[in-house]
Design a protein around this ligand. Structure first.
Ligand SMILES: [Zn+2]
Length: 275
Protein backbone atom coordinates (compact mmCIF):
# COMPACT_ATOMS: atom_id res chain seq x y z
CA UNK A 1 0.00 0.00 0.00
CA UNK A 2 1.43 3.36 -0.96
CA UNK A 3 1.03 6.45 1.12
CA UNK A 4 -0.64 9.35 -0.66
CA UNK A 5 1.67 12.30 -1.14
CA UNK A 6 0.85 15.47 0.69
CA UNK A 7 1.05 19.10 -0.25
CA UNK A 8 3.09 20.65 2.52
CA UNK A 9 1.82 23.92 3.90
CA UNK A 10 4.52 26.28 5.05
CA UNK A 11 3.59 28.88 7.64
CA UNK A 12 3.88 32.36 6.16
CA UNK A 13 6.06 34.92 7.84
CA UNK A 14 3.67 37.67 6.86
CA UNK A 15 0.74 38.72 9.01
CA UNK A 16 -2.26 40.68 7.83
CA UNK A 17 -3.92 43.52 9.65
CA UNK A 18 -7.63 43.68 10.38
CA UNK A 19 -7.84 46.65 7.96
CA UNK A 20 -6.30 44.59 5.15
CA UNK A 21 -8.76 41.77 5.82
CA UNK A 22 -11.64 44.23 5.80
CA UNK A 23 -10.62 45.80 2.51
CA UNK A 24 -10.17 42.36 0.89
CA UNK A 25 -13.59 41.23 2.10
CA UNK A 26 -15.42 44.40 1.04
CA UNK A 27 -14.00 44.04 -2.49
CA UNK A 28 -14.87 40.35 -2.77
CA UNK A 29 -18.41 39.85 -1.46
CA UNK A 30 -20.45 37.52 -3.69
CA UNK A 31 -24.16 36.60 -3.43
CA UNK A 32 -25.00 32.95 -2.75
CA UNK A 33 -27.00 31.46 -5.62
CA UNK A 34 -30.30 29.86 -4.75
CA UNK A 35 -32.83 27.78 -6.62
CA UNK A 36 -36.44 27.07 -5.71
CA UNK A 37 -36.89 23.43 -4.68
CA UNK A 38 -40.15 22.22 -3.10
CA UNK A 39 -41.16 25.81 -2.33
CA UNK A 40 -37.83 26.68 -0.69
CA UNK A 41 -34.94 28.71 -2.03
CA UNK A 42 -31.94 26.45 -1.53
CA UNK A 43 -28.20 26.57 -2.15
CA UNK A 44 -27.34 23.88 -4.71
CA UNK A 45 -23.55 24.12 -5.12
CA UNK A 46 -20.49 24.00 -2.91
CA UNK A 47 -16.78 24.72 -3.29
CA UNK A 48 -13.85 23.92 -1.06
CA UNK A 49 -12.53 26.48 1.44
CA UNK A 50 -9.16 26.34 -0.37
CA UNK A 51 -7.95 29.90 -0.99
CA UNK A 52 -6.68 29.04 -4.46
CA UNK A 53 -10.24 28.47 -5.73
CA UNK A 54 -10.82 30.94 -8.53
CA UNK A 55 -13.92 33.16 -8.58
CA UNK A 56 -15.35 31.30 -11.60
CA UNK A 57 -15.28 28.05 -9.61
CA UNK A 58 -16.79 29.48 -6.46
CA UNK A 59 -19.33 32.07 -7.60
CA UNK A 60 -22.61 31.66 -5.74
CA UNK A 61 -21.43 28.53 -3.92
CA UNK A 62 -21.26 27.70 -0.25
CA UNK A 63 -17.65 27.35 0.91
CA UNK A 64 -17.06 24.25 3.01
CA UNK A 65 -14.19 21.86 3.66
CA UNK A 66 -13.79 19.57 0.62
CA UNK A 67 -16.86 20.96 -1.19
CA UNK A 68 -19.12 17.96 -1.84
CA UNK A 69 -16.31 15.65 -0.69
CA UNK A 70 -16.97 17.15 2.75
CA UNK A 71 -20.54 15.83 2.62
CA UNK A 72 -19.48 12.37 1.43
CA UNK A 73 -16.75 12.03 4.06
CA UNK A 74 -18.90 13.18 6.99
CA UNK A 75 -21.85 11.07 5.79
CA UNK A 76 -19.57 7.99 5.62
CA UNK A 77 -18.16 8.71 9.10
CA UNK A 78 -21.70 8.93 10.47
CA UNK A 79 -22.64 5.58 8.90
CA UNK A 80 -19.52 4.13 10.54
CA UNK A 81 -20.48 5.57 13.90
CA UNK A 82 -23.94 3.97 13.62
CA UNK A 83 -22.38 0.71 12.39
CA UNK A 84 -24.37 0.82 9.16
CA UNK A 85 -22.58 -0.89 6.30
CA UNK A 86 -23.09 0.85 2.94
CA UNK A 87 -20.78 0.66 -0.07
CA UNK A 88 -18.96 3.87 -0.99
CA UNK A 89 -20.44 3.65 -4.50
CA UNK A 90 -23.96 3.79 -3.09
CA UNK A 91 -23.17 6.82 -0.92
CA UNK A 92 -21.79 8.67 -3.95
CA UNK A 93 -24.78 7.71 -6.12
CA UNK A 94 -27.14 8.99 -3.42
CA UNK A 95 -25.37 12.36 -3.46
CA UNK A 96 -25.31 12.52 -7.27
CA UNK A 97 -29.05 11.80 -7.43
CA UNK A 98 -29.78 14.31 -4.68
CA UNK A 99 -27.87 16.98 -6.58
CA UNK A 100 -29.77 16.16 -9.78
CA UNK A 101 -33.01 16.43 -7.85
CA UNK A 102 -32.24 19.88 -6.48
CA UNK A 103 -30.12 21.41 -9.25
CA UNK A 104 -31.32 19.64 -12.41
CA UNK A 105 -30.13 16.73 -14.59
CA UNK A 106 -26.77 18.35 -15.39
CA UNK A 107 -25.79 18.75 -11.73
CA UNK A 108 -22.29 17.67 -10.80
CA UNK A 109 -20.36 16.82 -7.66
CA UNK A 110 -18.23 19.79 -6.66
CA UNK A 111 -14.73 18.36 -6.10
CA UNK A 112 -11.18 19.50 -6.74
CA UNK A 113 -7.56 18.48 -6.80
CA UNK A 114 -4.53 20.70 -7.35
CA UNK A 115 -1.56 20.99 -9.70
CA UNK A 116 0.61 18.95 -7.31
CA UNK A 117 -1.97 16.16 -7.16
CA UNK A 118 -2.35 16.13 -10.91
CA UNK A 119 1.38 15.69 -11.29
CA UNK A 120 1.99 12.96 -8.72
CA UNK A 121 -1.42 11.26 -8.57
CA UNK A 122 -2.15 12.30 -4.97
CA UNK A 123 -5.40 13.90 -3.82
CA UNK A 124 -4.91 17.65 -4.11
CA UNK A 125 -7.79 18.68 -1.86
CA UNK A 126 -6.08 19.19 1.51
CA UNK A 127 -9.15 18.09 3.53
CA UNK A 128 -9.57 14.81 1.61
CA UNK A 129 -5.80 14.41 1.43
CA UNK A 130 -5.27 14.51 5.21
CA UNK A 131 -8.25 12.20 5.70
CA UNK A 132 -6.83 9.75 3.13
CA UNK A 133 -3.41 9.63 4.71
CA UNK A 134 -1.96 6.78 6.75
CA UNK A 135 0.40 9.21 8.47
CA UNK A 136 -0.19 9.10 12.20
CA UNK A 137 -0.29 12.88 12.46
CA UNK A 138 -3.03 13.02 9.79
CA UNK A 139 -5.82 10.41 9.74
CA UNK A 140 -3.59 7.49 10.66
CA UNK A 141 -5.59 5.46 13.11
CA UNK A 142 -8.94 6.83 11.95
CA UNK A 143 -9.22 10.03 13.95
CA UNK A 144 -11.55 11.47 11.27
CA UNK A 145 -14.14 8.78 12.09
CA UNK A 146 -13.32 6.58 9.12
CA UNK A 147 -10.17 4.75 8.09
CA UNK A 148 -7.74 6.52 5.80
CA UNK A 149 -8.13 3.90 3.07
CA UNK A 150 -11.91 4.14 3.17
CA UNK A 151 -11.68 7.96 2.84
CA UNK A 152 -9.25 7.54 -0.05
CA UNK A 153 -11.52 5.05 -1.81
CA UNK A 154 -14.54 7.33 -1.32
CA UNK A 155 -12.83 10.41 -2.74
CA UNK A 156 -11.27 8.55 -5.67
CA UNK A 157 -14.54 6.86 -6.62
CA UNK A 158 -16.36 10.21 -6.46
CA UNK A 159 -13.66 11.79 -8.62
CA UNK A 160 -14.10 9.04 -11.22
CA UNK A 161 -17.85 9.68 -11.51
CA UNK A 162 -19.08 11.11 -14.80
CA UNK A 163 -21.07 13.59 -12.75
CA UNK A 164 -17.99 15.09 -11.08
CA UNK A 165 -16.32 18.41 -11.77
CA UNK A 166 -12.57 18.18 -12.13
CA UNK A 167 -11.41 21.52 -10.85
CA UNK A 168 -7.62 21.77 -10.62
CA UNK A 169 -6.25 24.51 -8.34
CA UNK A 170 -2.87 25.92 -9.27
CA UNK A 171 0.08 27.06 -7.22
CA UNK A 172 0.95 26.75 -3.56
CA UNK A 173 -1.11 27.62 -0.52
CA UNK A 174 -0.56 31.30 0.27
CA UNK A 175 -3.66 32.01 2.33
CA UNK A 176 -3.16 35.02 4.60
CA UNK A 177 -5.82 34.15 7.20
CA UNK A 178 -9.03 32.18 7.75
CA UNK A 179 -12.34 33.95 7.15
CA UNK A 180 -15.36 32.61 9.04
CA UNK A 181 -18.21 34.07 7.03
CA UNK A 182 -21.50 34.47 8.85
CA UNK A 183 -24.87 34.70 7.17
CA UNK A 184 -26.43 37.70 8.82
CA UNK A 185 -27.17 37.92 12.50
CA UNK A 186 -30.29 36.91 14.46
CA UNK A 187 -30.85 33.73 12.48
CA UNK A 188 -31.39 35.49 9.16
CA UNK A 189 -30.78 33.68 5.90
CA UNK A 190 -27.24 33.69 4.53
CA UNK A 191 -27.22 35.78 1.37
CA UNK A 192 -23.52 36.26 0.71
CA UNK A 193 -20.12 34.62 0.71
CA UNK A 194 -16.66 35.97 -0.09
CA UNK A 195 -14.33 35.06 -2.95
CA UNK A 196 -11.19 33.44 -1.57
CA UNK A 197 -8.85 34.69 -4.29
CA UNK A 198 -8.46 38.23 -5.55
CA UNK A 199 -6.67 37.76 -8.84
CA UNK A 200 -5.86 41.46 -9.17
CA UNK A 201 -3.58 41.56 -6.14
CA UNK A 202 -2.96 37.81 -5.80
CA UNK A 203 -4.17 37.73 -2.20
CA UNK A 204 -5.99 34.66 -0.92
CA UNK A 205 -7.78 33.53 2.23
CA UNK A 206 -9.38 30.33 3.43
CA UNK A 207 -13.15 30.99 3.30
CA UNK A 208 -15.51 29.03 5.54
CA UNK A 209 -19.23 29.77 5.33
CA UNK A 210 -20.51 29.01 8.81
CA UNK A 211 -24.33 29.14 8.82
CA UNK A 212 -24.74 28.52 5.07
CA UNK A 213 -22.94 25.17 5.38
CA UNK A 214 -25.48 24.01 7.94
CA UNK A 215 -28.23 25.05 5.58
CA UNK A 216 -26.66 23.11 2.67
CA UNK A 217 -26.50 19.98 4.85
CA UNK A 218 -30.19 20.46 5.71
CA UNK A 219 -31.00 20.34 2.01
CA UNK A 220 -28.72 17.44 1.11
CA UNK A 221 -28.57 15.02 4.05
CA UNK A 222 -32.28 14.11 4.45
CA UNK A 223 -32.57 13.41 0.70
CA UNK A 224 -29.43 11.24 0.68
CA UNK A 225 -30.50 9.47 3.82
CA UNK A 226 -33.93 8.69 2.39
CA UNK A 227 -32.43 7.29 -0.82
CA UNK A 228 -30.22 4.96 1.19
CA UNK A 229 -32.93 4.15 3.74
CA UNK A 230 -30.56 4.84 6.63
CA UNK A 231 -32.35 7.50 8.69
CA UNK A 232 -29.29 9.67 9.46
CA UNK A 233 -30.08 13.03 11.02
CA UNK A 234 -28.69 16.33 9.76
CA UNK A 235 -27.32 16.98 13.28
CA UNK A 236 -25.36 13.73 13.36
CA UNK A 237 -23.78 14.27 9.94
CA UNK A 238 -23.05 17.93 10.69
CA UNK A 239 -21.41 17.01 13.97
CA UNK A 240 -19.08 14.63 12.11
CA UNK A 241 -18.42 17.34 9.52
CA UNK A 242 -17.41 19.77 12.30
CA UNK A 243 -15.23 17.12 13.92
CA UNK A 244 -13.46 16.54 10.58
CA UNK A 245 -13.30 20.30 9.92
CA UNK A 246 -11.56 20.90 13.27
CA UNK A 247 -8.84 18.36 12.45
CA UNK A 248 -8.26 19.68 8.92
CA UNK A 249 -8.40 23.31 10.02
CA UNK A 250 -5.70 22.54 12.58
CA UNK A 251 -3.53 20.74 10.02
CA UNK A 252 -4.01 23.13 7.11
CA UNK A 253 -4.60 26.49 8.74
CA UNK A 254 -3.52 26.13 12.36
CA UNK A 255 -0.74 28.66 11.76
CA UNK A 256 -3.14 31.37 10.55
CA UNK A 257 -5.23 33.97 12.33
CA UNK A 258 -9.01 33.70 12.11
CA UNK A 259 -11.50 36.48 11.45
CA UNK A 260 -15.27 36.51 11.86
CA UNK A 261 -16.92 38.19 8.89
CA UNK A 262 -20.45 39.57 9.19
CA UNK A 263 -21.78 40.66 5.82
CA UNK A 264 -24.18 43.56 6.02
CA UNK A 265 -24.73 44.21 2.30
CA UNK A 266 -23.23 43.41 -1.11
CA UNK A 267 -20.55 46.05 -0.47
CA UNK A 268 -20.09 46.10 3.28
CA UNK A 269 -18.94 43.62 5.87
CA UNK A 270 -17.87 43.90 9.48
CA UNK A 271 -14.70 42.03 10.37
CA UNK A 272 -13.67 40.99 13.88
CA UNK A 273 -10.65 39.05 15.02
CA UNK A 274 -11.90 35.64 16.17
CA UNK A 275 -10.65 34.24 19.45
ZN1 LIG B 1 -10.08 21.22 -0.86
Amino acid sequence: MTKPNVTEIKPLEKKVSKEEVESFVNANIVPLERKEVDGQEVITKSACVDGRTEPENSKGRVRMFGGDAGILLSFAATLNEKEIDIENDSIITALVNTKKEIAGPDAKLCLHTDGHGEKDGSIGCGHANRMSSSREDFNGDGKYGLTWNSAKDLFEKAWEKVEAEHVVLQGDHEELAVLLVHGGENGQRADFSVYSLDKENGKSFFVIDVEATGEYFKTIVPRMSEKLGVGLSVEDVLSNYYKQLDISAGLLAGHLEKYDVYIESAEKARVEKAS
